[in-house]
Design a protein around this ligand. Structure first.
Ligand SMILES: [Fe+2]
Ligand SMILES: [Fe+2]
Length: 325
């Protein structure tokens, strides 16, 4: 049986009370084996002697972990035999936190270029005003786009948003969509993530994230921005809020509304495409070239992509071209 041993970051920690006593459920982030690749998450379980585990093991801290690698529900999992907290500096912890390869300054100025390119003066002013908002300016460049599954990294929201806007720019003329509304909708769709998820180690939900959620938080920010602008049309504000509220596309995926305009449908579909492709690339493959994506319950054939090096590079060759242009 293969084993796994090494220093890891504690990303999540829960103690489950079961019939046979407590068990410890962790997500541990290990550094990638191949230099330059992003850190890799493993679920890790401790079934016995949980009471003797050091209370110093905390989310966002480093541990020395050791155990056997087993396949559970088609996914690799560590059955822990040893786990101890380690003292670490902020810099040492930082090496375990996934970061976008996108350069923040270049990414934010690309976003500003997109907003400056909007033809409608009201929508352009809105886009530029929200970029200047002190909270957005501070939080947007660092925010992760999700806790897990896709773009879960520092700067992930910016990378995900730019990816969408580049796609929206290409798609708008093909489908005769309103480019201004589409690009602004793509920028705003997940802006509430700035307040929903903390960019510090573990990417945990904030209190306001748990209580209000990223859609309502995004809608609230849009309302604030519209009030700051002179004569911002109410109808535009409602259309922008609709992008946010409908972007999950289905009621069962947490959207209170279904997309009611072609642009809102495009925001949902492009968002989904960006997330799904990212999630597929994240899957690590076994020696037969196949991996398993737990979220969709799907097997992924990693050898099937001719861009083989894309499997672990979040920006990918094609995407980087978009950002450099
Ligand atoms: Fe979302
Ligand atoms: Fe998104």
């Amino acid at each position: 049986m293969a084993s796994k041993k090494g220093v890891a970051l504690v990303k999540t920690k829960t103690v489950n009370e079961g019939k046979n006593g407590p068990s410890l459920f962790l997500t541990l982030t290990f550094r990638a084996e191949r230099k330059g690749d992003p850190p890799v998450d493993f679920p890790a379980r401790l079934w016995e002697n949980v009471g003797s585990v050091d209370p110093g093991i905390k989310v966002g801290g480093l541990v020395m972990a050791e155990g056997q690698l087993i396949l559970y529900n088609n996914e690799q999992q560590i059955r822990l035999t040893r786990i101890e907290p380690l003292k670490a500096t902020e810099e040492e912890i930082g090496a375990f936190i996934p970061k976008s390869r996108l350069e923040v300054g270049a990414g934010m100025s690309r976003l500003k270029d997109f907003m400056e390119s909007l033809e409608d003066s009201h929508l352009r002013s809105f886009g530029l005003e929200i970029l200047q908002d002190s909270e957005v300016a501070e939080l947007f460049p660092r925010a992760p786009a999700a806790k897990k599954n896709h773009h879960a990294m520092v700067g992930g929201l910016l990378e995900h948003t730019l990816e969408l806007m580049a796609m929206g720019d290409a798609v708008a003329p093909i489908l005769s969509l309103n480019r201004d509304l589409l690009l602004l909708g793509l920028f705003l769709h997940d802006i509430g993530k700035c307040w929903e998820i903390s960019a510090s180690p573990g990417f945990s939900y904030t209190d306001e994230g748990r209580l209000v959620g990223h859609m309502a938080l995004g809608v609230e920010k849009c309302t604030q921005i519209a009030k700051r602008l002179k004569d911002f049309p109410e109808r535009y504000l409602r259309l922008l809020q609709h992008f946010i509220l409908a972007h999950h596309g289905e009621l069962e995926y947490g959207s209170p509304l279904l997309p009611a305009t072609p642009e809102a449908m495009a925001v949902h579909m492009l968002d989904n495409l960006s997330g799904q492709v990212f999630a597929m690339r994240q899957v690590s493959a076994g020696s037969d070239g196949w991996g398993y994506e737990k979220n969709r319950g799907a097997f992924i054939y990693k050898e099937g992509s001719d861009l083989s090096r894309l499997d672990q590079t979040p920006l990918g060759k094609g995407a980087r071209k978009v950002f450099d242009s």
